[in-house]
Design a protein around this ligand. Structure first.
Ligand SMILES: Nc1nc2c(ncn2[C@@H]2O[C@H](COP(=O)(O)OP(=O)(O)OP(=O)(O)O)[C@@H](O)[C@H]2O)c(=O)[nH]1
Ligand SMILES: [Mg+2]
Length: 453
């Protein structure tokens, strides 16, 4: 990591400001050959962490921009190394020319995520925080951003660390007793082991339970609109999206294919899929559309069964209902509440039935309230939830290992057999935060038990 990396940190379209970023020992010298402060001082001698105005040159030495530069010497920087940022005007051509000039002076192109990787390797961030950086960049809602910002601030790490610490204490105690019999160390206690295992398992299970909320925050809730032709599915999608996303006509069978649209309902992002109306298809294309509707229903977390409440229920409605009820959560929508009603809520075998009008917008609020009650809320936007499959997989692995350790203890196996599983759990937790287990146990032995004095 001794080389100097450089990259354009902003997008590749013309905009007001474009940022060039460098990191690595001595990068201020390299940047200083391309960016010259108006003050006449070298960039490396400029006041650290302060913006200075200057000119940017290309590899031929021609001035191509006037920009602000900031030098952050190690270790007080994002990567923990010397870093420089040049805030230029946002011309992609100019930024490329300046980047080439930096390459000519000894920098090399940074790889994807390399600045954050260096921050991790230099101990500025743990893995959960490094992952939060990418979540923050990808955030599609303020809630997702708030959660990623919380994780970047270390919220998930703070939740995992105490569990890891308790296991470290346990293992280090055990190894200390075993490896240093001459030292006067208190003997190992089975009840202590048992209670640590129990607490750890319950904390890990609570953490695993946050994954659904984390997924919803990050990716939205996969939602499908199901119903017979002309029920008003597309009208509902348009009403929720706030614009005419899909074609609506009075002709039954208007929608022939599935159509996806992200829709925000309060604090919840729904990945809404409109589908072809479910019925005995009149032609092969429609048949394929209906098959896709049923496929979308199988993949959905939330199904909205839409029916035309001005018409009595028929077989087609029942077929759509059946598909909707298979989703983990479902809501029956009695659409067209603005027309004379022919269906009673009690006719529908759904725990949640809402009467509304996609056309007039009447009672759409009720749908939002229900969705928010299920998937929304501010409570879990603090960054302490699991948001990706890697974290979930590793925490599940840890929970399984702890469960095995508990079982071994119950079966009366010796503590070393139990501790093998505990160490496996620690390794799995270490994968989430990026900690190295052996090193931590060793450090703790010397820290806590003063072995070797
Ligand atoms: N009065 C009234 N008409 C509605 C309402 N919602 C939809 N419609 C009408 O019902 C007809 C069918 O609406 P669509 O949204 O195309 O229905 P769909 O379920 O998508 O139908 P397919 O795509 O054929 O499966 C259109 O003429 C809409 O204007 C409503 O709330 N009230
Ligand atoms: Mg439609």
């Amino acid at each position: 990591m001794n080389d100097i990396i450089a990259a354009i940190a902003t997008g590749k379209v013309p905009c007001a400001i474009g940022i060039l970023r460098l990191s690595g020992p001595g990068c201020a010298e390299v940047a200083g050959q391309v960016f010259r402060p108006h003050s006449g001082r070298e960039l490396k001698d400029s006041p650290p962490h302060k913006l200075v105005l200057g000119t940017v040159t290309d590899r031929k030495g021609r001035i191509i921009d006037e920009a602000l530069g900031v030098y952050c010497p190690a270790p007080h920087s994002y990567t923990g190394e010397d870093t420089v940022e040049l805030q230029c005007h946002g011309s992609p051509a100019m930024l490329s020319a300046a980047l080439e000039a930096l390459f000519a002076k000894g920098a090399r192109q940074a790889g994807p995520g390399e600045f954050t990787k260096r921050a991790f390797l230099n101990g500025q961030l743990d893995l959960t925080q490094a992952e939060a950086v990418i979540d923050l960049i990808d955030a599609e809602s303020a809630e997702a951003a708030a959660n990623a910002a919380g994780q970047l601030g270390g919220a998930l790490q703070r939740r995992i660390d105490p569990i890891y610490e308790a296991m470290t204490d346990l293992c280090s105690h055990f190894h200390a007793v075993l490896d240093y019999p001459d030292e006067d160390i208190e003997d190992f206690q089975i009840p202590e082991l048992s209670s640590v295992l129990q607490n750890s398992k319950s904390a890990l299970r609570k953490l695993l339970a946050t994954y659904d909320r984390g997924k919803h925050l990050k990716h939205g809730v996969k939602t499908v609109l199901l119903g017979r032709p002309n029920a008003g599915k597309s009208s509902l999608l348009n009403a929720l999206a706030g614009y005419d996303r899909v074609i609506v006509t009075e002709i039954a069978g208007t929608t022939r294919d599935t159509v996806e649209e992200p829709v925000r309902l309060g604090s919840v992002l729904l990945r809404l899929t409109d589908t072809a109306g479910i019925r005995e298809a009149g032609d092969p294309i429609e048949a394929m559309g209906v098959e896709r509707s049923e496929q979308a229903a199988r993949e959905a977390e939330l199904a909205l069964f839409v029916c035309d409440s001005s018409q009595s229920l028929n077989e087609e409605d029942r077929r759509a209902m059946e598909a909707a009820l298979k989703a983990p959560r479902s809501i029956a929508v009695l659409n067209k509440s603005d027309l004379p009603q022919r269906i009673e809520a009690s006719e529908l075998p759904f725990p949640h039935v809402l009467s509304l009008s996609a056309q007039t917008g009447e009672n759409l609020q009720a749908l939002q309230e229900l969705v928010e009650a299920w998937y929304g809320g501010e409570s879990h936007c603090d960054g302490s939830v699991l948001t990706n499959a890697r974290q979930f997989g590793a925490i599940s692995h840890a929970a399984d290992a702890i469960h095995r350790a508990e079982q071994s203890l119950l079966l009366g196996l010796t503590p070393d057999a139990v501790l093998t599983d505990v160490e496996e759990a620690m390794t799995a937790l270490g994968e989430v935060t990026g900690r190295i287990v052996r090193e931590d146990i060793t450090n703790r032995i010397f820290e806590r038990f003063c072995v070797g004095k």
